[in-house]
Ligand binder design. Structure first.
Ligand code: ADP
Length: 264
């Protein structure tokens, strides 16, 4: 039986006591070794979900369970050992003086033994193609290189859950494809639950399942093929025509057959 790693149970969230509800009664489950893409119009609640998963925020209503533990102020330190997260802006994620210090940081916090740390620094930097930059100061790196290091830092903590919130946005299309291939192969090998919040269509096409958000609610939870065969409905919830039209092509390239009649 597949192991359930994440569960959102009737989760509602708002910023502050008076603000509008930005997540409304959301329930979903994510399993071990599963890749789920979360898509939706701007402001639909995607990043809020990511922050709730990492205990940067807590829900006012409902429950979030990660690897059998309810997420709350006490459990979050434990849970963060299992959840790695990379955001869009890599500049906010650097703490070390060199690339290798940076990759080491998360492991030091989690008490990884020194020899194991050295090995993981080498392995994860190689996995993202940054092995030659171990001693470089992070601020000297390009946006794309910073993002690679941020991903290596998170992989080094060997999480059960990896969340990429627009994390490949700074990369060019070929770099993005390359790094997602790396992440996908690590995901399969380590049986990670991978959650990608993305506008990148190839990433969406590669996921096992897609959660489509609309104004704080889960609109659909389907395979990429099912979701993107509903172009009209997607348009109605603010996923614009270019997005859908391009996606049809991407799905085709990824070998997913869907109807591709022209959009007008
Ligand atoms: P998405 O990632 O889909 O663009 P977000 O989760 O960032 O959506 O935002 C959902 C809603 O919450 C939006 O209406 C946004 O304006 C609001 N929001 C996000 N962050 C904050 C914040 N720190 N304070 C108040 N409102 C916020």
């Amino acid at each position: 039986m597949r192991k359930k790693i994440i569960e959102f149970r009737n989760v509602s969230f708002r910023y502050g006591d008076e603000g509008p509800w930005v997540l409304k009664n959301c329930s979903f489950e994510i399993y071990e070794n599963e890749w789920v893409a979360i898509i939706g119009h701007n402001g639909s609640g995607k990043s809020t979900i990511a922050k709730l998963l990492n205990g940067l925020l807590f829900p006012q209503e409902g429950e979030i369970i990660i690897d059998g533990e309810v997420v709350n102020e006490e459990s979050i330190w434990n849970i963060r050992k299992e959840v790695g997260m990379v955001f869009q802006n890599p500049d906010n994620q650097f703490v070390g003086a060199t690339v290798q210090d940076d990759v080491a940081f998360g492991m030091e916090n989690r008490g990884v033994p020194r020899e194991e740390m050295k090995k993981r620094i080498i392995d994860t930097l190689a996995a993202v193609g940054m092995q030659d930059y171990r001693l470089t100061e992070p601020h000297r790196l390009s946006g794309g290189q910073k993002q690679r290091v941020a991903i290596a830092s998170v992989l080094a903590i060997a999480p059960k859950v990896l969340i990429l919130d627009e994390a490949t946005a700074m990369l060019d299309p070929s770099g993005r494809q390359e790094i997602m291939q790396t992440v996908a192969s690590i995901q399969g090998r380590e049986k990670l639950s991978l959650i990608t919040i993305t506008h990148d269509l190839q990433e969406v096409a590669q996921a096992d399942r897609v959660i489509v958000m609309n104004s704080g609610e889960i609109w659909k939870e389907q395979t990429p093929r099912e979701v993107f065969s509903q172009k009209e409905a997607l348009r109605e919830i603010g996923l614009d025509v270019p997005f859908v039209a391009i996606l049809a092509g991407e799905l085709k390239q990824a070998g997913v057959a869907i109807s591709t009649e022209p959009l007008n």
